[in-house]
Design a protein around this ligand. Structure first.
Ligand SMILES: [Zn+2]
Ligand SMILES: [Zn+2]
Length: 359
């Protein structure tokens, strides 16, 4: 596995630019074939799930150290985790294929034209799905924020005699309401990710030199604090677990969509409601230190409110980071290097704060 050379990087940036500036749109027959294949696939999935779920228990009691911990909602957790891999990823790949045509699609590049950065995305997503530690880590992080948040919510309710939350609203409106809570805290944790200390961990996500739908899932495993910090306020504000799972699923699906190669800024919708693929591409701009980054929020309203809205972009914009990455299927070197850099950067920030003379 060779380290990406400067020449190699500029070659791949040029190849990406060339592909993105080709003016071949999707063919009508391709849209019809993709839509029919997608419908057949979803029908098959629903059929299989209906047959299988009867065999899966919904609660599993676990005994450890004379205590019993019961895992609840097993079926929903399995279906939501599985949904991402077997439904949401194919769905967004199909939407992108219908919008961009075959040549620019992530599907073509995943199957027939894997660049080093796309190989890394692929390996990372597959490793995450089979890697039990990552799954346990995510469930535990989510579980701790739900448990801790619900505890604060109940104490707060007892103190002020008001049950904070949207519990009185129908399910869909609760999901809608808590979506904005999620995106608000996601905005601030994402801004923190771009600070000096946390950047080495978040850099792993930004290292991609070519958008592919699954680039969205390339996040350093040590960056779990964001998952905790974003879900905690939802629990404090009384969101039930099912609503939190739905919100997480929606934002993950939007994440896949905004890392696609669909060349669109979605007009006013992309400017105010949900971030478009082009705006997210601007967030990933190469050499962001010179260009300024912005566009931290999945819901752009927060960027407008907090002054980090930077304007429009298109898919020909070069993306990536200055640091060299090896890419390819073996990503451990990059992961470990970024983790060490994170502790060095955090140590540096702490030392500078401690040494700063009192005013
Ligand atoms: Zn970022
Ligand atoms: Zn991104």
């Amino acid at each position: 596995m060779k380290l990406q050379t400067e020449q190699g990087t500029s070659d791949s940036v040029m190849a990406v630019r060339e592909r993105l500036t080709q003016k071949t749109g999707p063919r009508a027959w391709l849209i019809v074939v993709a839509a029919v294949a997608l419908a057949a696939y979803i029908a098959g999935l629903l059929f299989v799930w209906a047959k299988v779920q009867g065999f899966i228990p919904d609660e599993i009691p676990l005994k450890a150290f004379h205590h019993t911990i019961t895992l609840h909602h097993i079926r929903q957790k399995i279906s939501d985790t599985g949904l991402l891999l077997v439904l949401m990823i194919p769905l967004i790949l199909a939407i992108e294929l219908m919008a961009t045509g075959w040549d620019k699609s992530s599907l073509r590049r995943l199957v027939f034209a894997r660049t080093p950065t796309i190989k890394m995305d692929m390996a990372y997503v597959l490793a995450g799905q089979v890697q039990l530690t990552s799954l346990i880590g995510k469930v535990l992080t989510f579980g701790i924020s739900v448990g801790f948040g619900t505890w604060i919510h109940d104490r707060l309710g007892a103190l002020i005699h008001v049950d904070i939350g949207l519990g009185a609203l129908p399910y869909a409106l609760q999901v809608f309401g808590y979506f904005w809570v999620y995106t608000f805290f996601d905005y601030w944790t994402h801004r923190l990710d771009h600070s000096k200390a946390f950047w080495p961990l978040h850099r792993f996500h930004h290292s991609s030199t070519d958008f592919c739908v699954i680039t969205s899932l390339r996040a350093h495993p040590a960056d779990f604090t964001a998952l905790f910090l974003i879900n905690l306020p939802m629990a404090v504000l009384g969101a039930p677990v099912e609503v939190m799972i739905s919100v997480n699923l929606i934002v993950t699906t939007i994440g896949l969509l905004i890392h696609s190669c669909i060349d669109s800024n979605w007009g006013w919708f992309g400017r105010w409601v949900i971030q478009s693929p082009n705006h997210h591409r601007l967030h990933h701009i190469l050499d962001y230190r010179k260009n300024g980054v912005g566009h931290y929020a999945m819901a752009p309203i927060w960027d407008h409110l907090f002054g980090t809205w930077k304007g429009e972009a298109d898919q020909s914009l070069a993306i990536g980071v200055d640091e060299p990455y090896r890419f390819g299927y073996w990503f451990m070197h990059d992961l470990v290097r970024d983790y060490v850099d994170f502790w060095k950067a955090l140590g540096g920030v702490i030392m500078r704060t401690v040494k700063r003379p009192a005013a």
